[in-house]
Design a protein around this ligand. Sequence first.
Ligand SMILES: [Zn+2]
Length: 123
Amino acid sequence: MHETDMTKALILTVKDWWESQPDRPTISHVYLTVGQFTCVEPASLQFSFEVQTRQTFLDGAKLVIQETPLIAFCHHCQQEYHPEIGIHYACPTCQSPMDDIRSGRELKIDRLEYTSQPPIPLP
Ligand SMILES: [Zn+2]
């Protein structure tokens, strides 16, 4: 996966929101949920984010990545299981191929933490 492109998309999404805010708050944290099955390297994502937000409205904001595990469901066994990434994408009980992913493909902004600018007092 291309972390650089992903970061661009992420920043655009945050920017859309930010520009729609009347007081243009200062964003301190961006909380992101990244599924293990998206093949996104959290470290690369952190790095891209840091580089791409420099000198922008997100300068200084921290990217907080929450990883969700890969969970699949076997219809044959009627049970959930945790496939081993990259090694074994099949049900450990009956060896059916993984066809129903319940978790692990997420890639979304969970929430933003920000502080609104205090209003400028009139003299
Ligand atoms: Zn099974």
